[in-house]
Design a protein around this ligand. Structure first.
Ligand SMILES: *Cc1c(COP(=O)(O)O)cnc(C)c1O
Length: 427
C-alpha cells in the first residue's frame, strides 16, 4: 500500500478507528502525532510539552537512548516466544528486579500483558487463595468509592459504580462491597477516624463473604485524581488482617515514583501488588502481579492446584527487556529529586489558579498536579487552548491535570503550567 498524506490518515482514522471512550458515529477530534522526543510530542507539525506521559507511562520521556537500544537489542535476538514451558533472560531479569525493588514478602511474579489483565489475575489469585484456604464462599471484594481498576468486567466491578466510567453495567457485574471514598490528603485525625470506623463496620458486616480488599493506594487516578492519607492504608491492612482478607494494591498508576514514593507499598505492605503503565517506561504494554509465598501456597492448595491464567503474550521478551532498562534508568538517576522538583514547580505554578473563575480546588502529590473546576470541562475547547499554548493535555470530567515525564525541566514545566491555565480558562 502507498503511504497516505496526513489529511488522509486523519480521514481514515475518523471513519474506521475507535479511540478510548469515544463514539464511532460521532467521532471526537484527534490530532496527528509525527514525532516524540524527551518530554515533547510533535502534534499537527508543532512540538508541544507532553503533560500526560501517555497516561502515566512515559516517565523517562520519549526516544530515550537506553530504552531504544534495549528494545533494538532484544529484537535482534528474538521478539516473542511462548511462556508455556519456556523461559528467557528478559523475563528472569525483570523478575529479579521486581522482586528486589518491592517489599520483601512480595516475591512471586506473574507477568501479564496489560494493567486490566493484571487486576483480573490479582482478583483470581485472591479467590483461588481463599478456596485453597477452604473458604470458597468468600468471593466478594471490598473496595472504596472513587476507584478505577481497568475496563474488563471484573475490573469494572471494583471501579466506582456511579462516578466511574462503568455505571451502565451495574447488575451485570459481580456485586462488590463499596466503602466511602477515603478522606482528602490533608484530612485531620477525626475525619480519618470516622472513615476508618465506617470501613471497619462494613468489613465486619460482610466478613463471611469477603475474599479481599482492592484499592489504588495513596492516589485514586482515573476515578478523580484524589490523593489520600497513608493512614487509610494502615486501616485497610488492619481490616484485612482482622478478617483474613487479602489486601491488593493496584499501583498501575502510582508505581515507579509518581507519588514521590517508588511504590506506596513501601509504606504499607499488601499481599498482592499490581504494576503496569510506567513499568516499560511507556514503550510497550506489560504489567506484573507480585504476591507472597503464603498466597502462592494458598493458590496451589485450591482444587486446580495451579494459577488458572496464561496469556499468549505472557512475559513478552521485548517488553521485559525494555522494562528492565527502564527500572535501571530510574534507579540510577535522581528520580526523587526530579519528582520533588516537578511537584514543587506544579504546586507553585498552579497556586494562582485557586482564585481563577470556576476553580474549586488545586492539589498536587508527587509529580501530579490537579485543578478541579466547578463544571465538567469542555474537553475540545480545553485541549485546543492548551495546544495553542504549546502543551498536550487531556482533561476529564471536571479535572484539568498533569503528570509530566520526569525528564521535564524548568522551562517545560513553566510552559505546562501556562497550558493548564489556558485549558482552565477555555474549558
Ligand atoms: C490504567 C489503570 C488500569 C488499567 O490498565 P490498562 O493497561 O489500561 O488495562 C488499572 N488500574 C489503574 C489504577 C490504572 O490507572
Amino acid at each position: 500500500m502507498t503511504a497516505l498524506l496526513d489529511q488522509d490518515l486523519l480521514a481514515f482514522d475518523r471513519a474506521h478507528l475507535w479511540h478510548p471512550y469515544t463514539s464511532m458515529t460521532e467521532p471526537a477530534p484527534v490530532h496527528l502525532v509525527t514525532g516524540a522526543r524527551g518530554c515533547e510530542l510533535e502534534i499537527d507539525g508543532t512540538w508541544v510539552v507532553d503533560a500526560m506521559s501517555s497516561w502515566w507511562s512515559a516517565i523517562h520521556g520519549y526516544r530515550h537512548p537506553a530504552l531504544d537500544s534495549a528494545l533494538v537489542e532484544q529484537a535482534a535476538r528474538f521478539s516473542h516466544v511462548m511462556f508455556g514451558g519456556l523461559t528467557h533472560e528478559p523475563a528472569v531479569e525483570l523478575g529479579r528486579r521486581l522482586v528486589s525493588i518491592t517489599p520483601e514478602p512480595l516475591k512471586r511474579v506473574f507477568l501479564a500483558d496489560s494493567g486490566s489483565v493484571s487486576v483480573e489475575v490479582a482478583l483470581k489469585m485472591v479467590l483461588q487463595c481463599q478456596r485453597g484456604r477452604g473458604r470458597p464462599e468468600r468471593t466478594r471484594m471490598l473496595t472504596v468509592l472513587g476507584g478505577y481498576h481497568g475496563d474488563t468486567f471484573d475490573c469494572m466491578s471494583v471501579t466506582d459504580p456511579v462516578g466511574g466510567m462503568h455505571a451502565m453495567w451495574a447488575g451485570l457485574l459481580p456485586d462488590q462491597v463499596f466503602g466511602p471514598r477515603p478522606p482528602a490528603h490533608d484530612a485531620d485525625a477525626a475525619d480519618i477516624a470516622s472513615w476508618a470506623a465506617a470501613l471497619h463496620a462494613l468489613a465486619a458486616r460482610h466478613a463471611p463473604e469477603l475474599a479481599g480488599i482492592v484499592v489504588e493506594p495513596l492516589l485514586q487516578g482515573a476515578g478523580g485524581m484524589w490523593p489520600y492519607p497513608v493512614a487509610c492504608l494502615r486501616v485497610l491492612r488492619e481490616i484485612a488482617d482482622e478478617h483474613g482478607l487479602l489486601l491488593v494494591f493496584d499501583e498501575i498508576a502510582t508505581g515507579f515514583g509518581r507519588t514521590g514514593h517508588l511504590f506506596a507499598s513501601e509504606l504499607v505492605t499488601p499481599d498482592v501488588l499490581c504494576l503496569g503503565k510506567a513499568l516499560t517506561g511507556g514503550y510497550l504494554t506489560l504489567a506484573a502481579v507480585l504476591t507472597t509465598d503464603e498466597v502462592a501456597r494458598g493458590i496451589s492448595a485450591s482444587e486446580s492446584g495451579v494459577l488458572m491464567h496464561g496469556p499468549t503474550f505472557m512475559g513478552n521478551p521485548l517488553a521485559c527487556a525494555v522494562a528492565s532498562a527502564s527500572i535501571d534508568l530510574l534507579l540510577s538517576g535522581d528520580w526523587t529529586g526530579r519528582v520533588g522538583a516537578i511537584g514543587e514547580r506544579l504546586a507553585s505554578g498552579l497556586a494562582p489558579l485557586r482564585s481563577a473563575p470556576g476553580v474549586v480546588d488545586v492539589r498536587t502529590i508527587g509529580a501530579v498536579g490537579v485543578v478541579k473546576l466547578d463544571h465538567d470541562v469542555d474537553v475540545v475547547a480545553a485541549t485546543e487552548a492548551a495546544l495553542a499554548a504549546g502543551v498536550w493535555l487531556r482533561p476529564f470530567r471536571d479535572l484539568v491535570y498533569a503528570m509530566p515525564p520526569y525528564v521535564a525541566g524548568a522551562d517545560a514545566l513553566d510552559r505546562l503550567v501556562a497550558g493548564m491555565g489556558a485549558a482552565v480558562s477555555a474549558g
